[in-house]
Design a protein around this ligand. Structure first.
Ligand SMILES: [Zn+2]
Length: 209
């Protein structure tokens, strides 16, 4: 099974990402200065790579940055040192949870746009967005969510949430057991999860894309 094709049960609950393609995000202990909601802590590597070059010198080297995942809030990154923030206009790409434009990415690693899923929905009434992502992965290829996804972690939950907003469940079927390609590279044949071992029967895991 490839982790980039979570079943419904896989997608729902767990915030613990067992693969190493994300930062192992934790809920921030300080709130976004604008919407007052606790965001998600990101590594410095994330804003260093997702911000426009022109604004990267505003990054504070010793600060811890947090991603605000409130859809209606324009703040993307805030920090624990001062009140400066980076907004959606400061990022190279639109942010999945904050922008409804069709050219917003659902998967940053493999450049899958909301438009592609919307086209699927218009044509067939469902979408196979996770299979689309999987199809773009070369065998053994890893994700690099930490560098390209503004939230610095797997896009699986964002995709599931977005699909729910479209009032549709992903049409993806359970991934093939024989697949050896996961976002974290080859897995033992017996392993069925993102980084091996997690099964649908186990506590649900988030995927890797
Ligand atoms: Zn906010």
């Amino acid at each position: 099974m490839s982790s980039c094709s979570p079943t419904d049960s896989v997608a729902k609950a767990d915030t613990q990402d067992t693969c190493d393609c994300g930062t192992g995000q934790a809920r921030s202990d300080i709130a976004c200065p604008v919407c007052r909601t606790l965001g998600m802590t990101v590594g410095h590597i994330t804003p260093e790579n997702t911000l426009r070059r022109q604004v990267r010198d505003r990054l504070l080297p010793d600060a811890t940055y947090h991603f605000c995942d409130t859809p209606s809030c324009d703040v993307v990154y805030y920090n624990d040192r001062d009140s400066s923030v980076f907004g959606t206009q400061d990022l190279v790409h639109k942010v999945t949870v904050k922008d409804d434009a069709p050219d917003t990415r659902l998967c940053y690693c493999f450049k899958v746009l909301k438009q592609q899923a919307l086209d699927d929905l218009a044509r067939t009434g469902t979408t196979h967005v996770f299979q689309t992502i999987q199809a773009k992965m070369k065998p053994g290829q890893s994700c690099f969510c930490e560098k390209v996804n503004p939230r610095g972690d797997t896009c699986t939950k964002d995709i599931q949430d977005w699909l729910a907003q479209q009032d549709v469940a992903s049409g993806d079927s359970a991934p093939a057991q024989e697949s050896e390609s996961t976002c974290c590279g080859p897995v033992p044949a017996a392993a069925t999860g993102c980084c091996g071992g997690d099964t649908v029967q186990d506590a649900p895991k988030t995927g890797c894309c």
